[in-house]
Design a protein around this ligand. Structure first.
Ligand code: SAM
Length: 277
């Protein structure tokens, strides 16, 4: 029986609030599993099982798939669609409320694969990045968000979240997914983005400060980096200016032109001037 029939038979009605737009095309689901590089030894963490279509595609390849799903109404649907798999586990819980230490312990080296609910895309991604969950994170997100996650410095899409990703690894856009591939059809296209963590990419001794600098740098995009950091971190202007000179940046520079490596260098220069890491 196909998944649309299973949803119908269970009287399921889609919830906009939970961002329920499901993927049903077998070729696309297999391509996403490939994009994620999932193999037979992998533990996969999925966020948002939906009707279990991606969960099942992952389970045919992975060692084990653990999927979070916030909507209890999907319980009977998932019991049907995943009934034949003995390597899937669905946890009915809001992923944003799941215990951080337990997640890290179980999934630090998992592969995260998810077609993310659009209303909570950024908080989920921030949680994964900040809490060290997943060696790699392959997510289907709105195309506009995918452009931001994979942007180059000095473009309008480049922002604090781009730097945040580049501080811990590297992101690439794997494929665009047209809106017609979703059920029901949303009003925007999506794309699959894969983020690979690269441990010690910069040997950053002050990761918290580097991330904080990037956050402050984009607080007001029209302001210079000196102004944003002076205000955002309550630092004397001379301290910020001399740190910039130290790393070879002009005093008029704007935050959106700096690479992750330059944020790392700037954090070190500020710590050398007595700023708290
Ligand atoms: N993986 C399925 C697919 O590809 O067809 C479903 C994707 S759908 C875009 C997102 C799913 O995430 C929905 O089933 C929704 O109920 C679930 N969801 C929404 N918010 C969630 C949260 N905070 N924690 C866990 N699941 C959530």
């Amino acid at each position: 029986m196909n998944v649309k029939d299973i949803l119908y038979q269970n009287g399921f009605s889609f919830s906009k609030r939970y961002g329920q737009n499901f993927l049903t095309d077998g070729n696309l689901l297999a391509a996403i599993v490939q994009d994620a590089g999932v193999g037979p030894d992998d533990l996969v963490l999925e966020i948002g099982a939906g009707a279990g279509t991606l969960t099942a595609a992952l389970a045919t390849v992975a060692d084990k798939v653990v999927a979070y799903e916030i909507d209890e109404r999907l319980r009977p649907v998932l019991a049907t669609t995943l009934g034949a798999f003995d390597n899937t586990e669905v946890i009915f819980e809001d992923f944003m409320r799941a215990d951080a230490a337990a997640l890290r312990q179980r999934f630090a080296h998992a592969k995260v694969v998810a077609n993310l609910p659009y209303y909570v895309t950024t908080p989920i991604l921030m949680r994964l990045l900040e809490e060290g969950i997943g060696d790699s994170i392959t997510i289907t997100v709105q195309k506009e968000v995918a452009d931001r996650l994979t942007a180059a410095p000095d473009t309008k899409e480049y922002g604090a979240i781009t730097v945040k990703i580049n501080l811990v690894g590297r992101a690439e856009m794997c494929r665009v997914v047209g809106r017609n591939m979703f059920y029901p059809v949303p009003n925007v296209d999506s794309a699959v983005v894969r983020i690979d963590r690269i441990p010690h990419q910069y040997d950053d001794p002050h990761p918290a400060l580097s991330a904080k600098l990037a956050r402050c740098a984009f607080a007001m995009r029209r302001k210079t980096l000196v102004n944003n950091l002076t205000m955002g971190l309550s630092l004397p202007r001379e301290t910020v200016e001399s740190a910039l000179v130290d790393v070879g940046l002009p005093l008029t520079v704007r935050g959106e032109t700096l690479s992750a490596a330059q944020y790392v260098a700037l954090a070190a220069a500020l710590v050398n001037r007595g700023v708290d890491a």
